[in-house]
Design a protein around this ligand. Structure first.
Ligand SMILES: NC(=O)c1ccc[n+]([C@@H]2O[C@H](COP(=O)([O-])OP(=O)(O)OC[C@H]3O[C@@H](n4cnc5c(N)ncnc54)[C@H](O)[C@@H]3O)[C@@H](O)[C@H]2O)c1
Ligand SMILES: O=C(O)C(=O)C[C@@H](O)[C@H](O)[C@H](O)COP(=O)(O)O
Ligand SMILES: [Zn+2]
Length: 345
């Protein structure tokens, strides 16, 4: 049973209950152009709606400012409430807007993507992309509640389901061999929705347990960044190409490189690396770059938020569930990981 996430089949009633507890003076809803049409239209509400454009390239300072602007001109106070209805883009940007407006108002997250449900809406990391870098500016400030309404996921396309699945793969690898095997054996061709629902709950529980131990990422929360040191570099890099990557796809490709480093540096068994490569190739297709791109990708990795003066910081694994934070790699080892990645595709 989740501690901070309420799973509901009566969304409007649950929202009313949460609002009654918080007793805000004014309520504002934040959506993107897709969740406005696909999710907000399914509920009755007379609250003012703030709409931002959909897509991670809109997790920007300009859209953040447009949310502040709306709250300010509509006389939001420190006792007001912002309800973010959307995927990770909306909950990250909306969470940051709420955490900074008048030095912090309360907010509720209503994740409408699988990725949002298992990861982005939970744990209090908020922020925007800046200077070509993922989540370069933000704060850690928890929502008052997370309301998960599975009906919203019905309109998600396959790519966005797979994007969320990548964070679930990450959580399983951080958890145990059993959880990893459950992920590998899940069939996406003939989906068992009850089984998927259980995996979603387990995935949220993995994240919550880690955040509870270390909410501000001083130590073990760095585990939740598995796959992201390479993954964020791939994601930022992909924005300058014709095919921008969804966050989860970038994480899946980043996992391949970081499991490779885990194998060569801390002894992750080759079989786990092999299983991950097969699973990710099957579900995420290919991603390519040139050897001449290695320096650009490495430069992007030097901006990772886990880094300190000792260099680029990785989270690696000895085994599923056996986490090694604060690992470092030489430039040659990082380039070997890129070589391995290009070789398998
Ligand atoms: N704060 C955290 O801990 C955390 C964790 C993981 C990821 N993130 C961030 O989350 C973002 C990725 O989240 P995401 O994958 O949810 O992306 P997203 O919010 O951009 O949503 C993906 C797409 O799905 C659309 N969409 C949303 N709900 C829908 C629905 N119910 N039906 C149909 N379409 C819908 C969106 O409009 C968008 O086009 C990235 O910015 C990433 O950095 C944050
Ligand atoms: O909750 C966390 O901690 C995570 O790292 C979860 C990640 O999946 C997520 O993408 C997060 O936004 C990455 O954070 P960042 O600090 O590397 O920007
Ligand atoms: Zn992520």
């Amino acid at each position: 049973m989740s501690k901070s996430v309420t799973i509901t089949y009566d969304f409007e009633q649950e929202l009313k209950n949460q609002i009654a507890v918080l007793a805000p003076d004014f309520i504002f809803l934040l959506v993107d152009s897709n969740t406005h049409k696909l999710c907000l239209s399914k509920m009755e509400s007379e609250y003012p709606v703030i709409e931002i454009p959909a897509g991670d390239d809109h997790k920007t300072i300009d859209n953040l400012a447009s949310v502040w602007q709306f709250l300010s001109t509509h006389k939001a106070t420190r006792h007001s409430l912002l309800i973010n209805i959307g995927g990770g883009m909306v909950t990250d940007l909306g969470g940051f807007a709420a955490s900074t407006f008048k030095r912090g108002i309360r907010y509720i997250n209503v994740p409408t993507t699988l990725l949002g449900a298992v990861d982005a809406a939970v744990g209090g990391k908020t922020g925007i992309n800046f200077n070509g870098l993922k989540n370069e500016v933000g704060v850690i400030h928890s929502s008052e509640a997370v309301i998960l309404y599975p009906q919203f996921f019905r309109t998600l396309n396959h790519e966005n389901l797979m994007s969320g699945w990548a964070e679930m793969i990450k959580h399983a690898l951080l958890s145990s061999t059993k959880a990893w095997e459950e992920i590998l054996s899940f069939q996406w061709t003939n989906v068992d929705y009850d089984a998927l629902g259980k995996l979603v709950e387990q995935s949220i529980a993995v994240k919550e347990a880690i955040v509870e131990q270390d909410p501000t990422e001083k130590s073990i929360r760095k585990a939740l960044n598995l796959g992201h040191t390479f993954g964020h570099a791939f994601e930022s890099f992909s924005y300058s190409t014709a095919r921008p990557l969804l966050h989860g796809y970038a994480v899946a490709f980043g996992l391949i490189c970081e499991l490779y480093l885990s194998h060569i540096k801390v002894g992750l068994p080759e079989i786990i690396l092999h299983q991950a490569v097969q699973h990710i190739k099957q579900h995420y297709g290919a991603f390519s770059f040139e050897k001449t791109d290695y320096p650009v990708l490495l430069e992007l990795m030097t901006h990772d938020k886990k880094n300190d003066a000792s260099g680029i910081n990785f989270t690696l694994l000895n085994e599923p569930g056996e986490i090694r934070i604060n690992q470092h790699a030489t430039r040659e080892e990082i380039y070997d990981a890129f070589d391995f990645f290009l070789h398998i595709f």
